[in-house]
Ligand binder design. Structure first.
Ligand SMILES: Cc1cc2nc3c(=O)[nH]c(=O)nc-3n(C[C@H](O)[C@H](O)[C@H](O)COP(=O)(O)O)c2cc1C
Length: 275
């Protein structure tokens, strides 16, 4: 009897621990699809925000029907062939980390300080009639404390910024964290990415952007008290709109005469199927 009562507390603790861990594990596994769905909705919301199409009063799914999600081979600038990969299930950051989906960047290449670059990138096309009105591109790069993630919307002319939406970062609120300030992001609209020579001409002022042309078209306000974050944003733009980023894609679109025109259907150009 005495033995039995001595074992009972241990037995109770063991059973309780087992039940609790089963509950926690069950909740984590059971909630994963919900978390994935929420993450997906959030991603879509920011793509729409960058494109200036977000409307809080309307369902995201309905708004996103205007958006065509595709995969692009960054090195060649071509759409990824059908059947190779589905944009819906493609995890870009995981791909960058994997041996076959990404590669280590050399120190001289890694302007954005992302260490590894994926082979394929998602791109979001917004059709306006039978032309591509905008291209929304995922970009990322290191600020002072963290890697900053954003979507940049480029006009169908493949040169003019329509909007930006930073959606994840670990910069200091009120300093580098101002990258999420809608007022600052508004200052990106209408700015030109490439200069006459085709190089990335976009830059960030220390303080207020130039008010006179030609500098006005290429300059965005710097964030006060956050020069390092601002420099990180400038570098990530230079990287993603340069040779290792989307420049080959833009060059191919132009060469094929698709500047502003809608891309061929997936079946016609061998592009992937998308939802
Ligand atoms: C607590 C703390 C947080 C800071 N956070 C940031 C930041 O998020 N981004 C940034 O660029 N600078 C940040 N700074 C300031 C930098 O250390 C550096 O002084 C600043 O980038 C210089 O910018 P300024 O020339 O515009 O003053 C922070 C400084 C302190 C003390």
């Amino acid at each position: 009897m005495a033995d039995e009562s001595l074992a009972r507390p241990f037995y109770t603790v063991f059973v309780l621990a087992f039940v609790c861990s089963a509950l926690v594990a069950g909740a984590a596994v059971g909630l994963r699809p919900l978390q994935e769905d929420n993450r997906d909705l959030d991603r879509k919301r920011h793509v729409l925000r960058a494109a200036g199409l977000y409307d809080a009063a309307r369902p995201i799914g309905e708004l996103f029907a205007l958006v065509d999600t595709r995969l692009v081979d960054l090195a060649s600038g071509e759409f990824v062939a059908e059947g190779t990969l589905s944009p819906d299930s493609y995890r870009q950051l995981e791909a960058a980390r994997s041996d076959d989906g990404g590669r280590l960047l050399g120190a001289d290449e890694d302007l954005a300080r992302i260490r590894r670059l994926e082979k394929y990138s998602l791109v979001y096309l917004v059709k306006e009639g039978d032309r591509v009105g905008q291209y929304i591109l995922p970009v990322r790069g290191k600020g002072l404390w963290s890697t900053m993630y954003a979507y940049v919307a480029i006009d169908g002319d493949l040169a003019t910024i329509r909007g930006v939406s930073f959606y994840e970062h670990g910069e200091t609120p009120g300093l580098g964290g101002e990258i999420v300030n809608p007022l600052w992001q508004k200052g990106w609209q209408g700015k030109k990415v490439y200069d006459q020579a085709g190089a990335v001409g976009l830059s960030f002022a220390k303080g207020k952007a130039a008010a006179e042309e030609p500098a006005k078209s290429f300059q965005i306000d710097g964030l006060s008290g956050a020069t390092i974050t601002t420099k990180g944003v400038e570098s990530l733009m230079e990287f993603w709109f340069g040779e290792h980023g989307f420049k080959p894609f833009f060059a191919r679109r132009r060469a094929e005469g698709h500047q502003g025109a809608a891309p061929p259907t997936s079946a016609a150009d061998g592009g992937p199927s998308h939802g």
